[in-house]
Design a protein around this ligand. Structure first.
Ligand code: AMP
Length: 397
């Protein structure tokens, strides 16, 4: 089965082609992409032309599905056929995800026109949070706001679901692995009576970051809320912020709503705090040279991550595994050490040598005495999208 994963930006189109032998055995056949895209139809033609020239896909008939990592849909989530309902759901929330929803809506439309008969699948980033208890997803806003869609949705679902599956595998919990794999087709299936609970806290720390609490493979809450402008400080986007801040700066600094929004989405996060840049490598290098604002940015990031880990430690009643994933989580032993500092009373102790040795690869970094296992699990979101696309096609088409 050949599955194309399409990653659509406002002016970019990136793709990866996977070949599946069985539901989970995939090999990456090709990857590529185009910048400054103005016509998705042409980009699709170019992509198919490239795959044809490389001998991977002779025609559209050799393509068995296309997967899209859609972000946020109004009244729609999960892993579903990318049809007109998906396009309408993306359009319905274009105000909340303006950088992501319009290109996906347009891109899916063009794929439908260009590749009729090829199954298209949308995996929403919110899909993993379908079973979060309502008490953890509601904001204390008037009913009319809730009816308009103001609630916690959560993001990075593909990544956190992969962390749930892989950590269960590393802990020898085949029952939970199976539960995670079937989640979008069957919902949370019952575990055997008396099965021990598996409590995982997953930290996706990258250009965009979030922490998710997971019980028996199913999310029970996450740090991100209505939009990806929430939770931890992001690269250049604000994380959690008191809602009073917006009217306050509009009145006192004379900012228009559009300018306040621009500053919260372009000039905040690690960039706003440090004044140096939005890439953690640059912030870290500046901090090492004595830049106090850069050091503060790192400290705020660590503090915020610990805050959310703490929230899920209580919510889960403990933790069996802590997972670090994505660019920052995979590559920064010093940040991982700072996040895990002084938690020995809670049963979490890092092995300093193992932690220093694991960069960009999978590994266990907890001490032998640590009750909580700590894993680094590299993110591979395109593969997750491809796998879920295969499962959706197999179940639905
Ligand atoms: P992501 O969004 O997962 O691609 O992560 C991007 C973030 O990860 C950026 O802030 C990078 O600074 C950080 N990052 C990526 N690779 C490395 C690396 N090798 N060492 C340190 N930080 C890294």
């Amino acid at each position: 089965m050949n599955i194309l994963v399409a990653n659509l930006g406002s002016t970019s189109f990136k793709f990866r082609l996977f070949r599946f032998d069985g539901a989970d055995h995939a090999s990456l056949l090709a990857k590529g992409g185009y910048e400054r895209v103005t016509d998705y139809g042409k980009a699709i033609d170019d992509c198919l032309g490239e795959l044809q020239a490389a001998g991977h896909v002779r025609s559209a008939a050799d393509l068995h599905g296309v997967g899209f990592k859609t972000v946020l849909g109004r009244d729609l989530t999960g892993c579903v056929p990318a049809d007109e309902k998906v396009i309408a759901a993306l359009d319905g929330f274009r105000e909340i995800a303006p950088a992501h929803n319009p290109p996906y809506a347009l891109g899916i439309q063009r794929f439908r026109e260009k590749l009729p008969g090829v199954p298209l699948v949308a995996l929403f980033e919110t899909a993993f949070y379908q079973w979060v208890p309502e008490a953890s997803s509601r904001y204390a806003v008037p009913q009319t706001w809730y009816d308009a869609g103001v609630r916690r949705y959560g993001f990075h679902g593909a990544s956190h679901k992969f962390a749930a599956e892989r950590s269960a595998e590393l802990l020898g919990r085949a029952d939970v692995v199976q539960r995670v794999q079937q989640l979008y087709q069957s919902g949370p299936t019952p575990l055997a009576a008396g099965a021990k609970a598996l409590r995982v806290i997953s930290c996706h720390l990258g250009g965009s970051s979030s922490v998710t609490g997971i019980r028996d493979g199913v999310a029970i809450g996450t740090s991100m809320g209505l939009s990806p402008q929430s939770g931890l400080p992001q690269n250049n986007r604000v994380g959690d912020l008191d809602s009073a801040a917006v009217p306050f700066v509009m009145k006192t600094l004379g900012l228009s709503l559009a300018e306040a929004e621009r500053q919260m989405t372009k000039e905040s996060g690690l960039l706003g705090l440090s004044g140096v840049g939005n890439d953690l490598r640059d912030v870290r290098a500046a901090a090492q040279q004595g830049n106090a604002r850069a050091q503060l940015a790192l400290d705020v990031f660590v503090q915020s991550t610990r805050h959310w880990i703490g929230a899920f430690l209580v919510e889960l009643g403990g933790c069996d595994a802590l997972v670090f994933t994505a660019g920052i989580g995979e590559n920064n032993p010093d940040l991982r050490a700072a996040i895990c500092a002084n938690l020995s009373d809670l049963g979490l102790v890092l092995d300093a040598a193992k932690n220093n040795a694991v960069r960009g690869t999978e590994g266990e970094i907890s001490a032998a005495t640590s009750r909580v296992k700590v894993f680094v699990i590299p993110a591979n979101e395109e593969l997750v999208v491809a796998r879920e696309t295969v499962r959706c096609i197999t179940a639905k088409y």
